[in-house]
Write a protein that binds this ligand. Sequence first.
Ligand code: CAO
Length: 428
Amino acid sequence: MSTEFRLPGLGENVESGAVTKVMIAVGDTVMENQSVLEIETEKAALEVPSNVSGVVTEVRVKEGDVLRVGQVAFIVEATSVSVDPASRVLPVPEPPEPASVDVPPASETSGRHDAEQALPLARAAVRRGGPVAASPSVRQLAREIGVDINEVPSSEGGRVTAEDVKRHARGANVDTGGAVSRADAAAPLPDFARWGEVERQPMSTVRQRTAESMTRAWTSIPHVTQFDKADVTNFEALRVKYASRVEKAGGKLTVTAMLLKVLAAALQKFPQFNASVNMAANEIVFKKYYNIGVAVDTDRGLLVPVIRDVDQKNIIEIAVELNGLAERARTRKTTLDEMQGGTFTVSNLGGIGGTAFTPIVNAPEVAILGVSRSQIEPVYIDGRFQPRTMLPLSLSYDHRVIDGADAARFLRWVCEGIEQPVVLFLEG
Ligand code: CAO
């Protein structure tokens, strides 16, 4: 008996997804729950499990196709493995996964700056040499499709051809499509191939969404970053002392787990950091729940799963959950639900290195804490320098709703909370 495999529901308001990988071929035996497709939607990248079993007789999708929910992807001929007819009705989908990220790696941020700085120079190079040579028909074509002929690089070393104009227009159109490029729309890219070999790669959906949300946050939020350092010497000692206790529970006692606990208390004490701003209604929305997103570095890019109700969990529970979330993000198992509802974000790059960075606020949140690598430094205490382990913290915030003095106080309080956890009981 032939059974169709149809794309199951992918989550609220998601009607289709791009097929990034087809994991089955004609002749393969497929079992229920076996991953058969990799799909990217606007919000997530996920592996789709089969709800049918049998031998694949026809595959109707290929990489790059856009598949609608309910559309047939492949057909199997049932083998002796029985197929529960009910399971042909689409089951609850396997948890989808990592969604777009709102925090770019620092390297990307600087990369973007480099690109922006390089562009005017590149354009100047194209223009140098006076008016471009082009036939009247090519000039007319450029005018008709809205391309400034003076901006079009020539592939023939001087004369601009119709093909050059079209290629340039295509590049400019791609640019104006996404939010990233909207900022850059007036600055079409030069033809880099004139100076050396290039390779073009399409952006993944996750990357496109990341680029859009980054641009939105960067261009709509007036950002300021406040820097401070926490003395984590005592915490490091505690970490060693209690490491095995936390490990037994299935977690790892890291500075991130500790920070999450301190932040949940800080957010209660400074509610404007756990808020969102609605400029249209001239309103600030204060949230009475404390869900903290943690930026996780994965091979797909940056993902931000959320730990909920951090204020109600102890550090061991937080550490165990953090371990699980990071692991699921890296193995593409995070559900869409786990990526939503955050009220504040932490981005710890300290495991990799660096002395400071300026994270971008994960809108519609209003603040994000960047963490860099702790190191032993001489600190002047009681009249002499002492070796202390210092953790650099960078708090980026939305200056529309948070004043600089509040940010300085918030970050100082976080530092004190790590240095003297008793502060959490006194004031938290
Ligand atoms: N300073 C010094 N060492 C640090 C550190 C810091 N700030 N943060 C972590 N480390 C150490 C840990 O102690 C651990 O050391 P040991 O193995 O010797 O115990 C090691 O680095 C690895 O830590 P970890 O990554 O396993 O644990 P974590 O809980 O601190 O972090 C997570 C979890 C998910 C935040 C992290 O794994 C991660 O993905 N970080 C990258 C986040 C990212 O890409 N952000 C980009 C932001 S762009 O704005």
